[in-house]
Design a protein around this ligand. Structure first.
Ligand code: ADP
Length: 485
């Protein structure tokens, strides 16, 4: 399959300028669009916010055929359809909750440029629908959030696995899988499941250089949640939209309640909410009709209200389990707080990546306080060397704070006069400095068995060798909350 037209950056064909108002393509977009228009299957793995959607939104405008886009969330589809219509593009969505049968009729007669469908709908709709649409012309079938296809991915959805069956009907239609994260195993799973033939694979950069990652330690105590609420108030006062990810539904509910008590406008979302809504509707239903279908619609509606109030900036904070967020296209999320450890590094990347989708980052552009900590860094590193390696951060910090514990006496650490009088800085302060020095490459952390060892890295050694006890070269570090205390 081939097309004569080629998208032009400023020209008439792609409508990139006309419909989207962009004067240039972002990296990879043009090549991917061209491959799709040549009829080639594509796998697109590019960071959140890099502009993957444009890759499937332009071809239907060029080819003047329908693009079918499989997307996991109803609320997301509705928002995308609305945004596209505002740009003058004919877009619609089809799901099991869609009651207007004229939408399906219009869709199969090729009335839409872009047709969004849930995976369930795409797999259950009649073959005659696809045949009719094929006759009218389909230029691509895009599977957004394609990592859901893979059981090795972090959001596996069983309905996604069946999408490959569509290949039997849409034999010559290019399939396009798009995701922000996919390990090699997941990439293979996507291309195999969608029965892709010689796909054009694009793997973009994963560096989200507008994001700042930090760790804030709290002591587990009764005021733990209060401290978190205090932190969130600061986030809200600073910039607005914040997501707090918790690992359990219990934590979600507790934090949500505390935020409301503190007068913070918050939303709540977790996987069990569907069941609650389902139970409610079971109680009210006395008729022998398909209750589960109604319940599903009720659940969708309830969730939609919560999602939309967050997406439309009517609430500042969303407290949720990881059930919230897949495909959430909210551009101005400023903070993502993980209250508990994410499932994997990949999940952390995906979840934290919901921040700063609009590119502009307020936290990074507002100049953070920085300070020259060369003297303290020198003392910590010199002390680590005096301790002779083989320790975590705790030992050198105790030495610096003048501890005469048995452990230190047994280790016969030379407590040089340089280290005297530093006791007034807390152990947490020194450890926070240690973590900064690790993240800036002056110290190296290794794990042996289950123990962490920290040692001075070659970069740190270079700093020490160009330092004198009373004079060090500058070493400027960001002043985090822990270091300002
Ligand atoms: P992704 O799906 O990769 O997370 P999106 O497709 O939602 O990213 O795009 C992120 C943002 O980038 C959107 O606000 C979109 O309008 C914008 N964008 C996409 N392509 C371009 C472009 N070529 N020029 C300017 N902005 C763009």
């Amino acid at each position: 399959m081939g097309y004569m037209c080629r998208p032009e950056v400023n020209g008439r064909n792609g409508g990139v300028k006309k419909f989207f108002g962009y004067s240039t393509f972002r990296p990879y977009q043009k090549e991917i669009i061209e491959k799709i228009l040549e009829g080639r299957d594509c796998l697109v793995v590019m960071a959140t916010g890099s502009g993957k959607s444009l890759c499937y939104q332009v071809p239907p405008l060029v080819a003047k055929k329908t693009a079918v886009v499989i997307s996991p969330l109803l609320s997301l589809m509705q928002d995308q359809v609305m945004a596209l219509r505002q740009r003058g593009i004919k877009a619609e969505h089809l799901s099991s909750a869609q009651t207007d049968s004229s939408v399906q009729r219009n869709a199969e007669s090729g009335q839409f440029n872009i047709l969004y469908m849930t995976p369930e709908k795409a797999c259950s709709i009649s073959t005659s629908f696809w045949s009719n649409l094929l006759n009218m012309g389909i230029c691509l079938l895009a599977v957004d959030e394609a990592h859901c296809i893979s059981e090795w991915g972090h959001d596996f959805r069983v309905e996604y696995k069946q999408l490959g069956n569509l290949r039997n009907i849409l034999t010559n239609v290019p399939f396009v899988g798009l995701t922000a994260t996919a390990t090699e195993k997941v990439r293979i799973d996507i291309t195999d499941s969608l029965k892709m033939r010689d796909p054009y694979v694009t793997i973009g950069s994963f560096d989200r250089n507008n994001l700042f990652y930090g760790v804030k330690s709290f002591k587990r105590s009764s005021s733990f949640v209060d401290e978190l609420v205090g932190e969130v108030s600061k986030c809200v006062a600073n910039a607005g939209s914040t997501i707090i990810y918790c690992t359990t539904v219990k934590d979600v509910e507790q934090i949500f309640k505390s935020l409301l008590e503190a007068g913070i406008k918050a939303g709540i979302y977790h996987g069990q909410m569907n069941n609650k809504a389902r139970e409610e509707s079971h109680r009210f239903s006395a008729f022998a009709i398909d209750v589960s279908e109604i319940a599903l619609v009720v659940a969708f509606n309830e969730i939609n209200v919560l999602l939309k109030s967050f997406i439309r900036d009517e609430s500042d904070v969303m407290v949720a389990t990881i059930a919230f967020g897949m495909g959430i296209d909210k551009p101005n999320i400023r903070y993502v707080i993980h209250y508990g450890c994410p499932k994997s590094l990949e999940s952390y990347y995906q979840e934290s990546g919901r921040c700063g989708r609009d590119g502009n980052c307020d936290n990074c552009t507002t100049s953070r306080n920085e300070s020259d900590m060369s003297r303290e860094a020198f003392l910590l590193m010199a002390c680590m060397r005096a301790c002779g390696g083989n320790w975590g951060l705790g030992m050198p910090v105790d030495v610096l704070r003048g501890s005469r514990s048995k452990k230190i006496l047994d280790a016969q650490v030379r407590q040089s006069s340089h280290f005297m009088g530093l006791g007034e800085l807390s152990a947490n302060w020194w450890k926070a400095l240690g973590y900064q020095l690790i993240s800036h490459g002056y110290l190296t952390e290794t794990i042996r068995d289950v123990f962490k060892f920290v040692c001075v890295s070659p970069k740190g050694m270079q700093f020490l060798s160009s330092s004198k006890p009373d004079h060090q070269p500058p070493l400027v570090l960001p002043v985090t909350d822990e270091l300002s205390g």
